[in-house]
Design a protein around this ligand. Structure first.
Ligand code: KMH
Ligand code: ZN
Length: 308
């Protein structure tokens, strides 16, 4: 089996600050936890940005500027900037940081879906900021828009500067959408596909769904793809185990799960990386370094980004 790439998604735009005191919010916190996750064994660091004051998701490159160089200069990890950014953002906003920093990797969401995180609004917490509860509740009535035109626009913009993609596939249809762009020659293998399980609006997080996604990708892409998995919330580690056993790669991080165990909040992203790394080792898998991952995914290299 090939080495296992661990990705870590540091803060995202799903959880809000009141849900966990450990969710990194300020540029300093995002930088510190990213470096910690890389030191713990993550080859890829997936990044969103937040307003320092109230933790609201932002697409502003000026905020990314406050943490990207520090992470880049302090570790060797591959930096992967989100183009999903947050529910309700325009496409121009969503590609602004990637366009400015031209990282080795960015996310590309392969279809429009419902993305309902409103259950979190019912959490028994003291809400610190006015926007949080409304943001979570509103997701029940929103579409995470990623039309074919949107996807094509991101591909064409980003491919100009050699950034490659983590293809976010929340359901089997998204694999067919990816195959469509591959057939048109707009994207080139190896395709780094993130199978996403357990988002309300996407495929479920069960063994049958995992097998179905993998079998479908095998049929559509043969040897031209590398898969990773991401399970939302409590599904994070069980889905990671399935993928590791099947020779795949894993993504963890507080973006998608705030916990380390049932009822135990993760105190940092690094704790989740350590846990999944140990799981991989126990299953006989070797961990990919950042340079291993660069080679496996055919990335342009750290020096080719505009993060300085
Ligand atoms: N949080 C994941 C389920 C993106 O940033 O473009 C999806 C994600 C999307 O990370
Ligand atoms: Zn993300």
């Amino acid at each position: 089996m090939s080495k296992s790439i661990i990705s870590c998604a540091i803060t995202g735009a799903i959880h809000t600050p009141s849900l966990s005191p450990y969710l990194p919010v300020t540029p300093a916190e995002i930088a510190e936890q990213s470096i910690g996750a890389a030191n713990a064994g993550a080859a890829i660091i997936h990044l969103h940005a937040r307003e320092a004051g109230d933790g609201k998701p932002t697409a502003d490159p000026a905020v990314f500027e406050q943490f990207l160089p520090q992470i880049n200069n302090s570790c060797d990890a591959i930096l992967n900037i989100s183009t999903g950014v947050a529910l309700g953002m325009s496409l121009d906003e969503r590609i602004s940081a990637v366009t400015k920093f031209q990282p080795e990797l960015c996310s590309l969401n392969m279809g429009s879906i419902n993305f309902n995180v409103s259950r979190a609004a019912k959490a028994d917490v003291n809400w610190k900021h006015a926007w949080e509860k409304e943001f979570l509740t509103k997701s029940e009535d929103m579409v995470f828009r990623n039309t074919f035109t949107d996807i094509e626009n991101i591909i064409k913009t980003v491919s100009e500067f050699g950034t490659k993609f983590e293809y976010e596939c929340y359901d089997a249809g998204h694999l067919y959408n990816l195959a469509h762009f591959a057939e048109r020659g707009l994207i080139k293998p190896p395709f780094f596909i993130q199978f996403i399980f357990g988002v309300m609006g996407g495929i479920g997080a069960d063994v049958e769904s995992f097998n179905f996604m993998k079998q479908t990708a095998d049929r559509l892409f043969g040897n031209n793809y590398i898969f990773s998995v991401l399970g939302a919330g409590k599904h994070q580690f069980p889905i990671a185990e399935l993928a590791l056993k099947a020779g795949g790669n894993v993504r963890v991080g507080l973006e998608d799960n705030l916990y380390l165990d049932k009822g135990v909040l993760a105190k940092s992203n690094a704790e989740q990386v350590e846990k999944v790394k140990q799981m991989a080792i126990d299953l006989g898998r070797e961990i990919a370094s950042a340079d291993d991952a660069r080679e496996m995914l055919g990335l342009k290299g750290k020096d080719e980004s505009k993060i300085v």
